[in-house]
Design a protein around this ligand. Structure first.
Ligand SMILES: NC(=O)c1ccc[n+]([C@@H]2O[C@H](COP(=O)([O-])OP(=O)(O)OC[C@H]3O[C@@H](n4cnc5c(N)ncnc54)[C@H](O)[C@@H]3O)[C@@H](O)[C@H]2O)c1
Length: 260
Protein backbone atom coordinates (compact mmCIF):
# COMPACT_ATOMS: atom_id res chain seq x y z
CA UNK A 1 0.00 0.00 0.00
CA UNK A 2 1.57 3.28 -1.10
CA UNK A 3 1.34 5.98 1.54
CA UNK A 4 -1.39 8.24 0.20
CA UNK A 5 -1.73 10.50 3.22
CA UNK A 6 -0.33 13.99 2.99
CA UNK A 7 -1.48 15.21 6.41
CA UNK A 8 1.14 17.51 7.89
CA UNK A 9 1.80 16.76 11.56
CA UNK A 10 2.92 19.78 13.60
CA UNK A 11 6.22 19.52 15.41
CA UNK A 12 7.93 16.88 13.24
CA UNK A 13 9.60 18.82 10.40
CA UNK A 14 13.27 19.52 11.15
CA UNK A 15 13.34 17.15 14.13
CA UNK A 16 15.97 14.43 14.57
CA UNK A 17 14.23 11.05 14.60
CA UNK A 18 16.15 7.86 15.41
CA UNK A 19 14.48 4.62 14.36
CA UNK A 20 15.76 1.11 15.18
CA UNK A 21 15.04 -1.88 12.95
CA UNK A 22 14.64 0.72 10.22
CA UNK A 23 15.70 -1.26 7.14
CA UNK A 24 12.55 -3.32 6.67
CA UNK A 25 8.89 -3.75 7.48
CA UNK A 26 7.31 -1.35 9.95
CA UNK A 27 10.64 0.41 10.66
CA UNK A 28 11.16 1.24 6.98
CA UNK A 29 7.63 2.62 6.70
CA UNK A 30 8.18 4.68 9.84
CA UNK A 31 11.41 6.06 8.37
CA UNK A 32 9.70 6.98 5.12
CA UNK A 33 6.73 8.60 6.87
CA UNK A 34 8.90 10.74 9.19
CA UNK A 35 11.24 11.67 6.31
CA UNK A 36 8.26 12.75 4.19
CA UNK A 37 7.21 15.05 7.04
CA UNK A 38 10.59 16.79 6.81
CA UNK A 39 12.31 15.08 9.75
CA UNK A 40 15.99 14.09 9.72
CA UNK A 41 15.82 10.32 10.08
CA UNK A 42 18.70 8.30 11.52
CA UNK A 43 18.03 4.69 10.53
CA UNK A 44 19.64 1.92 12.60
CA UNK A 45 19.60 -1.73 11.57
CA UNK A 46 21.64 -4.89 12.00
CA UNK A 47 21.33 -5.80 8.33
CA UNK A 48 23.81 -3.63 6.40
CA UNK A 49 22.64 -4.79 2.97
CA UNK A 50 18.96 -4.09 3.66
CA UNK A 51 19.93 -0.77 5.24
CA UNK A 52 21.82 0.32 2.11
CA UNK A 53 18.78 -0.54 -0.04
CA UNK A 54 16.46 1.24 2.38
CA UNK A 55 18.48 4.47 2.50
CA UNK A 56 18.83 4.42 -1.30
CA UNK A 57 15.05 4.17 -1.59
CA UNK A 58 14.76 7.27 0.61
CA UNK A 59 17.63 9.26 -0.92
CA UNK A 60 15.26 12.11 -1.83
CA UNK A 61 14.93 12.81 1.90
CA UNK A 62 17.19 13.64 4.83
CA UNK A 63 18.08 10.14 6.04
CA UNK A 64 21.22 8.39 7.23
CA UNK A 65 21.74 4.66 7.70
CA UNK A 66 23.81 3.26 10.57
CA UNK A 67 24.58 -0.45 10.94
CA UNK A 68 24.44 -1.55 14.58
CA UNK A 69 23.09 -4.26 16.81
CA UNK A 70 20.78 -2.56 19.31
CA UNK A 71 21.72 -5.11 21.99
CA UNK A 72 25.36 -3.95 21.93
CA UNK A 73 25.90 -1.19 24.54
CA UNK A 74 29.00 0.28 22.89
CA UNK A 75 27.46 0.18 19.40
CA UNK A 76 24.33 1.95 20.63
CA UNK A 77 26.34 4.69 22.36
CA UNK A 78 28.42 5.14 19.19
CA UNK A 79 25.20 5.37 17.15
CA UNK A 80 23.89 8.20 19.35
CA UNK A 81 27.20 10.02 18.97
CA UNK A 82 27.11 9.59 15.18
CA UNK A 83 23.51 10.81 15.09
CA UNK A 84 24.44 13.88 17.13
CA UNK A 85 27.31 14.66 14.77
CA UNK A 86 25.13 14.32 11.64
CA UNK A 87 21.72 15.55 12.69
CA UNK A 88 21.97 16.90 16.27
CA UNK A 89 20.48 15.61 19.53
CA UNK A 90 17.69 13.06 19.22
CA UNK A 91 14.18 14.56 19.47
CA UNK A 92 12.23 11.38 18.76
CA UNK A 93 13.41 7.83 19.42
CA UNK A 94 11.46 4.99 17.86
CA UNK A 95 12.37 1.68 19.48
CA UNK A 96 11.09 -0.62 16.77
CA UNK A 97 13.62 -3.47 16.30
CA UNK A 98 12.18 -6.77 17.43
CA UNK A 99 12.02 -10.46 16.63
CA UNK A 100 9.36 -13.14 16.97
CA UNK A 101 9.77 -16.38 18.88
CA UNK A 102 6.82 -18.74 18.47
CA UNK A 103 7.81 -22.08 19.93
CA UNK A 104 6.63 -24.53 22.60
CA UNK A 105 8.07 -23.36 25.92
CA UNK A 106 9.58 -26.78 26.61
CA UNK A 107 11.67 -26.45 23.44
CA UNK A 108 12.98 -22.88 23.86
CA UNK A 109 16.71 -22.89 24.60
CA UNK A 110 18.07 -20.39 27.10
CA UNK A 111 20.11 -18.79 24.34
CA UNK A 112 16.91 -18.22 22.28
CA UNK A 113 15.16 -16.85 25.38
CA UNK A 114 18.03 -14.48 26.20
CA UNK A 115 18.27 -13.27 22.59
CA UNK A 116 14.55 -12.48 22.54
CA UNK A 117 14.71 -10.63 25.88
CA UNK A 118 17.85 -8.78 24.75
CA UNK A 119 16.41 -7.58 21.44
CA UNK A 120 12.74 -7.11 22.36
CA UNK A 121 13.17 -5.61 25.82
CA UNK A 122 16.67 -4.79 27.12
CA UNK A 123 17.70 -2.94 23.96
CA UNK A 124 14.69 -0.64 24.36
CA UNK A 125 15.85 0.32 27.85
CA UNK A 126 19.40 0.92 26.62
CA UNK A 127 18.31 3.13 23.70
CA UNK A 128 15.72 4.97 25.84
CA UNK A 129 18.31 5.75 28.51
CA UNK A 130 20.75 7.13 25.91
CA UNK A 131 17.96 9.15 24.25
CA UNK A 132 16.78 10.57 27.57
CA UNK A 133 20.29 11.92 28.22
CA UNK A 134 19.94 13.94 24.98
CA UNK A 135 16.32 14.87 25.60
CA UNK A 136 16.85 16.14 29.13
CA UNK A 137 19.42 18.62 27.77
CA UNK A 138 16.71 19.97 25.47
CA UNK A 139 13.85 19.69 28.00
CA UNK A 140 11.73 17.77 25.51
CA UNK A 141 11.52 14.55 23.55
CA UNK A 142 9.33 11.65 22.55
CA UNK A 143 10.11 7.95 22.86
CA UNK A 144 7.81 5.51 21.09
CA UNK A 145 8.13 1.76 21.50
CA UNK A 146 6.78 -0.88 19.16
CA UNK A 147 4.95 -3.29 21.47
CA UNK A 148 2.30 -5.64 20.03
CA UNK A 149 -1.20 -6.94 20.60
CA UNK A 150 0.76 -9.69 22.34
CA UNK A 151 1.90 -7.17 24.97
CA UNK A 152 -1.69 -7.07 26.23
CA UNK A 153 -2.79 -10.60 25.29
CA UNK A 154 -1.27 -14.01 25.98
CA UNK A 155 -1.12 -17.32 24.18
CA UNK A 156 0.41 -20.78 24.32
CA UNK A 157 3.72 -21.17 22.46
CA UNK A 158 4.44 -17.41 22.56
CA UNK A 159 5.87 -17.11 26.09
CA UNK A 160 9.03 -15.24 25.11
CA UNK A 161 7.32 -12.86 22.67
CA UNK A 162 4.34 -12.11 24.95
CA UNK A 163 6.53 -11.68 28.03
CA UNK A 164 8.93 -9.28 26.32
CA UNK A 165 6.13 -7.23 24.74
CA UNK A 166 4.26 -7.06 28.08
CA UNK A 167 7.58 -5.80 29.49
CA UNK A 168 7.60 -3.08 26.82
CA UNK A 169 4.10 -1.98 27.88
CA UNK A 170 5.21 -1.82 31.52
CA UNK A 171 8.51 -0.05 30.73
CA UNK A 172 6.57 2.53 28.71
CA UNK A 173 4.48 3.39 31.77
CA UNK A 174 7.44 3.42 34.19
CA UNK A 175 9.59 5.69 32.02
CA UNK A 176 6.67 8.00 31.25
CA UNK A 177 6.05 8.37 34.99
CA UNK A 178 9.72 9.07 35.68
CA UNK A 179 10.61 11.32 32.75
CA UNK A 180 7.43 13.39 32.35
CA UNK A 181 8.99 16.08 34.54
CA UNK A 182 11.94 16.21 32.09
CA UNK A 183 9.53 17.00 29.25
CA UNK A 184 9.87 13.52 27.77
CA UNK A 185 6.77 11.64 26.59
CA UNK A 186 6.99 7.83 26.38
CA UNK A 187 4.38 5.87 24.44
CA UNK A 188 3.92 2.51 22.77
CA UNK A 189 2.12 1.25 19.71
CA UNK A 190 0.64 -2.24 19.73
CA UNK A 191 0.19 -3.36 16.14
CA UNK A 192 -1.93 -6.34 15.21
CA UNK A 193 -0.57 -8.65 12.54
CA UNK A 194 1.00 -6.43 9.89
CA UNK A 195 2.12 -7.37 6.39
CA UNK A 196 5.93 -7.48 6.81
CA UNK A 197 8.81 -9.94 6.34
CA UNK A 198 8.38 -11.05 9.96
CA UNK A 199 4.81 -12.23 9.25
CA UNK A 200 5.85 -13.79 5.91
CA UNK A 201 8.55 -15.78 7.73
CA UNK A 202 6.07 -17.11 10.31
CA UNK A 203 3.68 -18.01 7.48
CA UNK A 204 6.44 -19.94 5.67
CA UNK A 205 7.30 -21.76 8.91
CA UNK A 206 3.62 -22.75 9.20
CA UNK A 207 3.39 -21.05 12.59
CA UNK A 208 0.88 -18.51 11.32
CA UNK A 209 -2.38 -19.03 9.41
CA UNK A 210 -3.04 -15.67 7.73
CA UNK A 211 -6.50 -16.66 6.42
CA UNK A 212 -7.55 -17.57 9.96
CA UNK A 213 -6.18 -14.28 11.33
CA UNK A 214 -8.14 -12.35 8.73
CA UNK A 215 -11.28 -14.32 9.65
CA UNK A 216 -10.99 -13.50 13.35
CA UNK A 217 -10.16 -9.80 12.78
CA UNK A 218 -13.38 -7.74 12.75
CA UNK A 219 -12.05 -5.51 9.95
CA UNK A 220 -11.22 -8.66 7.95
CA UNK A 221 -7.55 -8.13 7.06
CA UNK A 222 -4.03 -7.61 8.39
CA UNK A 223 -2.63 -4.11 8.96
CA UNK A 224 -0.45 -2.40 6.38
CA UNK A 225 2.80 -0.96 7.82
CA UNK A 226 1.82 2.48 6.50
CA UNK A 227 -1.16 2.43 8.86
CA UNK A 228 1.17 1.88 11.82
CA UNK A 229 3.30 4.81 10.62
CA UNK A 230 0.25 7.07 10.49
CA UNK A 231 -0.43 6.46 14.20
CA UNK A 232 3.26 6.96 14.97
CA UNK A 233 3.27 10.38 13.29
CA UNK A 234 0.26 11.47 15.31
CA UNK A 235 1.78 10.29 18.61
CA UNK A 236 5.10 12.01 17.89
CA UNK A 237 3.42 15.25 16.85
CA UNK A 238 2.35 18.28 18.88
CA UNK A 239 -1.27 17.09 18.47
CA UNK A 240 -0.47 14.40 21.06
CA UNK A 241 1.42 16.65 23.48
CA UNK A 242 -0.67 15.58 26.52
CA UNK A 243 -0.36 11.88 25.73
CA UNK A 244 2.16 9.74 27.58
CA UNK A 245 2.47 6.40 29.35
CA UNK A 246 -0.03 4.45 27.26
CA UNK A 247 0.06 1.70 24.64
CA UNK A 248 -2.20 2.25 21.64
CA UNK A 249 -3.40 -0.86 19.85
CA UNK A 250 -3.91 -0.70 16.09
CA UNK A 251 -5.31 -4.11 15.25
CA UNK A 252 -8.53 -3.96 13.24
CA UNK A 253 -10.44 -5.00 16.38
CA UNK A 254 -8.42 -8.23 16.88
CA UNK A 255 -7.98 -7.81 20.66
CA UNK A 256 -11.59 -6.70 21.17
CA UNK A 257 -12.76 -9.88 19.47
CA UNK A 258 -11.20 -12.16 22.11
CA UNK A 259 -10.02 -15.67 21.29
CA UNK A 260 -11.93 -17.93 18.93
N1 LIG B 1 4.67 -7.54 11.67
C1 LIG B 1 3.79 -7.71 12.62
O1 LIG B 1 2.74 -8.35 12.44
C2 LIG B 1 4.01 -7.11 13.97
C3 LIG B 1 2.93 -7.05 14.86
C4 LIG B 1 3.12 -6.49 16.12
C5 LIG B 1 4.35 -5.99 16.48
N2 LIG B 1 5.39 -6.08 15.60
C6 LIG B 1 6.67 -5.55 16.04
O2 LIG B 1 7.07 -4.54 15.13
C7 LIG B 1 8.49 -4.46 15.09
C8 LIG B 1 8.97 -4.54 13.66
O3 LIG B 1 8.45 -5.74 13.10
P1 LIG B 1 8.48 -6.03 11.53
O4 LIG B 1 7.33 -6.94 11.26
O5 LIG B 1 8.62 -4.77 10.77
O6 LIG B 1 9.82 -6.89 11.47
P2 LIG B 1 10.85 -7.16 10.26
O7 LIG B 1 11.48 -8.47 10.59
O8 LIG B 1 10.17 -6.99 8.94
O9 LIG B 1 11.90 -5.98 10.45
C9 LIG B 1 12.65 -5.86 11.65
C10 LIG B 1 13.95 -5.14 11.36
O10 LIG B 1 14.67 -5.08 12.61
C11 LIG B 1 16.03 -5.40 12.36
N3 LIG B 1 16.63 -5.94 13.57
C12 LIG B 1 16.36 -7.13 14.16
N4 LIG B 1 17.16 -7.31 15.23
C13 LIG B 1 17.95 -6.21 15.33
C14 LIG B 1 18.98 -5.81 16.22
N5 LIG B 1 19.37 -6.60 17.22
N6 LIG B 1 19.58 -4.61 16.02
C15 LIG B 1 19.19 -3.81 14.99
N7 LIG B 1 18.22 -4.14 14.11
C16 LIG B 1 17.61 -5.32 14.27
C17 LIG B 1 15.98 -6.42 11.24
O11 LIG B 1 17.23 -6.51 10.55
C18 LIG B 1 14.84 -5.88 10.36
O12 LIG B 1 15.32 -4.99 9.38
C19 LIG B 1 9.00 -5.58 15.99
O13 LIG B 1 9.28 -5.04 17.26
C20 LIG B 1 7.83 -6.53 16.06
O14 LIG B 1 7.82 -7.31 17.23
C21 LIG B 1 5.25 -6.61 14.36
Amino acid sequence: MENQQQTQYAGIAGKTVMITGAAAGIGFCLSKAFAQQGAKVFMIDLNQEALTEATQALQAYSVQGYAANVTDDDAVRAAFEACKNSFGLVDVLFNNAGISLNKPSLDITMSEWRRCVDINLSSLFLCSQEAAKHMQQQGSGVIINTASIWGLSTSAERTAYCTTKAGVVSMTKCLAAEWGSLGIRVLAIGPGYTRTALVEKLQQQNTLDVADLERRTPLGRLAEPEEIAELALFLASDAAKFMTGQTYLIDGGWEANGFQ
